[in-house]
Design a protein around this ligand. Structure first.
Ligand SMILES: [Zn+2]
Length: 81
């Protein structure tokens, strides 16, 4: 994949969302956000897709794609500092 800005090469990555219980993968949700009573986002998990972020190695430009194929692989240990 080539960068649309500078024609550099793009590498696949993801944007971890850090929470108390670990890091989660950012997901795309269909529709406009709706807030609940505690200001949380009302979220239908079935309407979300995992997001992959491709980063240009030359200029740092990020391009986001939401697709079921970016679902994370299961691993037995998740050792993040
Ligand atoms: Zn670039």
């Amino acid at each position: 994949m080539k960068c649309p800005k500078c024609d550099g090469s793009m590498v696949q990555g993801f944007i971890p969302d850090r929470a108390h219980t670990g890091s989660f993968l950012m997901r795309w949700h269909e529709g406009r956000p709706k807030q609940g009573f505690w200001n949380e986002m009302k979220c239908r998990w079935s309407r979300t897709l995992p997001i992959a972020a491709f980063r240009c190695e030359e200029c740092g430009y990020l391009e986001l794609y939401a697709d079921p194929s970016f679902k994370p692989h299961q691993s037995s240990w998740n050792l993040t500092p």
